[in-house]
Design a protein around this ligand. Structure first.
Ligand code: ZN
Ligand code: FE
Ligand code: FE
Ligand code: ZN
Length: 280
């Protein structure tokens, strides 16, 4: 008697993954793509950190070298040519919104798109030159008023979201990473959701927060509910910095989305197209 084994259908897409190029992730572009191909995911977007200026990344531990952008894109194009994922392997990048120099961000994103980057994530990791999510800069939190940091962050986030530069906003409530929480974040959520809806942006549901001291998804449940109420669509993101983190705990993200009535994920592709992938 023979038993038939059916392959699990591929589902969901991981829309945020890093490689060794940024200096703080573990695996090469080839290793990340091979792991994605071998996974049960339908596809994904490699989204390396775009080059940062020397004054914020002098040791090259946060972002790729400025000269690496063309070879990064070419490597992904070559891999895609022979990948069974074909167009479900998307060439992306994670861009930093710099509140003190929005024109720098504008040039950074323009350079990326000109080099062939197809999907750009917008991230606010920095207020001034302080990368508030950097574990090496965590002491600075103790000299800050937490409510003020959140206020500044969401002011910057709303500027970033309405800049027209990005396709997806990453980890929308990143300041909670180490557990520094404001007295009441609800008005930030309401305003951020209003701005994102007006801008027609996608937002991530990122499982990276589950691996961090905050121990919850980005965005928090109330924030997610507010974004969903505004009819924002969501990508799924592991923010993998190693191949083992690809698709990390996506069942938690799916569950959170189901709880706010969302039944499909957005998967941004080349040329601005969006695939809608069922969550169940
Ligand atoms: Zn990173
Ligand atoms: Fe990020
Ligand atoms: Fe990232
Ligand atoms: Zn990230």
């Amino acid at each position: 008697m023979s038993s038939q084994v059916y392959a699990q259908p591929r589902r969901l897409a991981d829309c945020h993954m890093h490689t060794v190029l940024c200096g703080h992730a573990e695996h090469s572009i080839e290793e990340m793509v091979a792991t994605l191909e071998a996974s049960s995911l339908a596809g994904g977007i490699i989204t390396e950190h775009l080059p940062l200026p020397d004054e914020v990344d002098s040791d090259r531990v946060v972002s790729m070298y400025p000269g690496e952008l063309p070879s990064y894109v070419t490597a992904l194009q070559v891999l895609r040519e022979r990948s069974p994922l074909a167009d479900n392997l998307v060439i992306g990048a994670e861009a930093d919104w710099r509140d003190i120099d929005p024109q720098w961000t504008e040039r950074s994103v323009a350079d990326a798109r000109a080099a062939g980057v197809e999907v750009v994530l917008g991230s606010v990791h920095m207020l001034g030159n302080w990368a508030f999510d950097d574990p090496n800069k965590i002491e600075l939190w103790d000299s800050k008023d937490v409510d003020e940091v959140w206020e500044q962050y969401f002011t910057a986030w709303c500027c970033a979201a309405s800049s027209g530069l990005f396709d997806v906003m990453s980890h929308p409530d990143l300041p909670k990473k180490f557990g520094y929480l404001p007295k009441d974040p609800r008005e930030y959520y309401v305003e951020a959701a209003r701005v994102a809806a007006e801008a027609g942006l996608l937002c991530e549901v990122s499982t990276a927060g589950l691996r961090k001291p905050c121990a919850e998804l980005y965005p928090a449940p109330l924030f997610l509910a507010e974004l969903a109420r505004r009819k924002i669509s969501f990508t799924l993101a592991s923010d993998a910095h190693s191949k083992e983190e690809i698709g990390y705990r996506f069942e938690s993200a799916v569950e959170a989305l189901a709880a706010v009535g969302v039944t499909e994920q957005a998967f941004p592709k080349r040329d601005g197209a969006i695939d809608w992938l069922p969550l169940s």
